[in-house]
Design a protein around this ligand. Structure first.
Ligand code: 6R9
Length: 665
């Protein structure tokens, strides 16, 4: 594991400000006061299985009740509620029709251009049933994998729900990924169908989707794919392959608005979501149906304190796990009204978020620190887009996700968006955890800017050293979860061995879930602060990127001999990608270096997607290496920051190289 570089100030370890939950909030909260929190923690500690069984019975509807709560016989391949049967789409839609929510708005769709569409639970149920019947009509069935490559839309959510309804396992690929990334995921998942749109509409521009699907399929190896289903969003011009491609409106046109859900066992894979790890290829994180849905629903109630009249808005994309748990499943499972937003935070102006909150009277707002930081900057430049100019009185709770929120951004969010009235839930979790893990409870936990505070009841988070031994509070270490929990990753698709070694390493005893983050607990409060990844994973604008993935993309370019990628701190994006590159030709300088750097950035954009483009590229005749040929990444990290190397470089083979790598092209 790489060393854990902690910037104490940045991570709020010196933070002494404490914000108790507003009293009015606590009075009506689902978990009201720390006594209520402690009581739940005690219940979990004294009867772990009983605790989870109770919650799973209370919060989900089961077609066949489970009798077996946790099966550890094949650890770390844990099974939860394994003999129970249910359907995720039934729990998200049908039960709302039965609960009297049929005419309630499920989705307020806010299009890029500001047009609004309201979809009730009854409408959504009908759309999903028609969609599910359409999928069935193409022979798609339980256990099949379906890739969803779509922008933010009601149809995107309906596509996920329709797969769930028929027991097909979906794998959503973020619309910003390249044809090559898409192709890799199609092949790894062995997908039988792809659901996409003609184009996506973002920031006033139309961007291709279907054309990228065509390109991915043309790359070969995707023989499992029989159908490409296309939602018509922009009416842009696209190619159509007869027999393979079908318009969504043609597919669902004559389908029935009823579709009996396919009852699946609780462990049935609801979805696979690819995420970056420390080695080259992305990992297909496989989630279950029962355990996953339980936590998506329960965290809506516990962390977001969702109430019948709330308007919930999570600004994530359905291509990321946050969009799965807190758009496609969680809000629907609890019968909430939510905003689904197609656009970008800066279009038509950087006031779009605040304007949309005012327009739809959003009461719970969940976004990423990167967005907050960029909107702080925007409102510094242009006073008109400052939140004070918008009516944000509907807000009662704010959330943050994806990366550490620095105390200054937290304070700005608290004062200017929440007007010191709204608690902030800084939710730490991961693609692999399925839902929130460590977060304040808005009606209970006193908040400290920059700290995600305490684990949710039932989550046995701890900090250990490299040998798996507990470390005392006040001393940093490795974040682990000591007991399995219902919404945890079940395996890596196609690679159970990688699952075991990545998440349950022998060094830690083979029983603890290794999150991949470093953390420290406060001496007095026991609060957790996440200090950043301890592996080769970067977090750029809340997007997870493996350094190895970017390196592989760079060396795939014929002009590149060698590349090393590190993260450097960035005021807006949290981390930025800095690539050190050795070319096969002589080291370029001046204009040539600039030209080649641009070429390589675009190349990476093509290979992985625009989010992976290095912000900086530096060329050297070589990389700093030890005598045994190992790249000394810690030196590269110092160089990337623009700092002087004070560390020991006695093992460095070629110290002269360091000077070359100080400046970017
Ligand atoms: C949900 C999501 C997971 C990684 C995680 C950590 C970072 C997420 C955080 C946070 C500090 C928070 N992370 N939330 N770090 N405070 N509140 O983001 O999933 O894309 O898999 O990323 O993001 O480093 O390990 P994912």
């Amino acid at each position: 594991m790489a060393e854990n570089e902690t910037n104490q100030e940045n991570h709020g370890l010196q933070e002494h400000r404490v914000f108790p939950p507003p009293s009015g909030f606590a009075a009506n909260a689902a978990i009201s006061g720390m006594e209520a929190y402690d009581k739940l923690c005690q219940e979990a500690a004294s009867d772990y299985e009983g605790f989870w069984a109770r919650l799973a019975r209370e919060h989900l509807d089961w077609q066949t009740p489970f009798t077996n709560t946790l099966d550890e016989s094949d650890a770390p391949f844990y099974k939860w509620f394994a003999d129970g049967q249910l359907n995720a789409s039934y729990n998200c839609l049908d039960r709302n029709l039965l609960n009297g929510n049929a005419e309630k708005t499920a989705i307020v769709f806010e299009a890029d251009d500001g047009a609004t569409t309201n979809v009730t639970y009854r409408d959504l149920h009908q759309r999903v049933c028609k969609f599910a019947n359409g999928l069935k009509s193409r022979g798609i069935k339980k256990g099949d994998r379906v890739i969803i490559y779509m922008s933010m839309s009601v149809e995107g959510v309906a596509a996920m729900q329709a797969c769930a309804r028929i027991g097909a396992t979906h794998s959503v690929v973020f619309g910003g990924f390249s044809a090559k990334s898409l192709q890799e995921r199609i092949i790894d998942a062995g997908a039988v169908a792809i659901i996409t749109a003609d184009e996506q509409q973002r920031g006033g521009k139309s961007l291709p989707l279907k054309a990228i699907v065509d390109e991915a399929l043309a790359m070969g190896g995707c023989d499992t794919v029989r159908d490409v289903i296309v939602y018509q969003r922009t009416k842009g011009n696209i190619a159509f392959t007869e027999g393979r491609d079908i318009w969504l409106h043609d597919l669902v046109g004559s389908q029935s608005t009823e579709c009996e859900p396919e009852w699946v066992e609780a462990e049935h894979p609801l979805f696979i979501l690819y995420t970056s790890g420390s080695t080259g290829t992305p990992k297909g994180v496989q989630h279950s149906t029962g355990g996953y849905l339980l936590w998506a629903a329960l965290t809506m109630k516990w962390t977001f304190d969702i109430k019948p009249n709330d308007v919930f808005w999570c600004t994530a994309d359905i291509g990321w796990v946050t969009g799965h748990s807190y758009i496609a499943y969680g809000p629907l499972a609890v019968g909430a009204t939510q905003v689904v937003f197609e656009g970008v935070p800066t279009f038509p102006t950087a006031g779009r978020f605040w304007d949309t909150i005012a327009k739809h009277k959003v009461s719970i707002f969940y976004t990423a620190p990167t967005a907050i930081r960029s909107l702080i900057k925007a409102s510094d430049v242009d006073e008109k887009v400052h939140p004070k100019n918008y009516d944000l009185s509907s807000l009662r709770l704010l959330g943050s996700v994806g990366e550490p929120i620095n105390p200054e951004a937290w304070m700005w969010y608290y004062k200017n968006v929440g007007q010191e009235r709204c608690p902030i839930v800084d939710t730490f979790w991961q693609t692999e955890t399925g839902g929130h893990m460590i977060t304040p409870l808005p009606g209970a936990t006193p908040m400290v800017p920059g700290s995600c505070t305490l684990p949710l009841p039932g989550i046995m988070a701890a900090i250990v050293d490299e040998a798996g031994a507990d470390v005392p509070n006040g001393q940093g270490g490795i974040l682990v979860v000591k007991r399995p929990w219902p919404s945890m990753i079940r395996t890596i698709w196609n690679n159970p061995e990688r699952f075991r070694t990545s998440y349950f390493p022998e060094e830690l005893g083979g029983k603890y879930y290794l999150a991949g983050d470093g953390a420290i607990r406060n001496k007095d409060t026991g609060y957790f602060t996440i200090t950043g990844r301890i592996d080769d994973v970067l977090n750029v604008s809340g997007h997870r990127m493996g350094t190895m993935e970017i390196e592989s993309a760079l060396v795939a370019n014929p002009i590149v001999a060698e590349a090393a990628v590190v993260g450097k701190p960035d005021d807006t994006t949290g981390e930025a990608i800095c690539a050190f590159v050795v070319l096969k030709q002589a080291r370029p300088t001046g204009e040539e270096a600039k030209k080649l750097a641009l070429e390589l950035r675009n190349w990476v954009g093509k290979e992985i997607g625009p989010i992976a483009k290095p912000k900086e590229i530096r060329f050297g005749d070589n990389l700093p290496k030890t005598r045994s040929g190992k790249i000394m990444r810690r030196l590269l990290r110092v160089l990337a920051k623009g700092e002087t190397i004070t560390q020991d470089i006695s093992t460095l083979e070629n110290p002269a190289i360091l000077d070359q790598l100080k400046e970017s092209a």
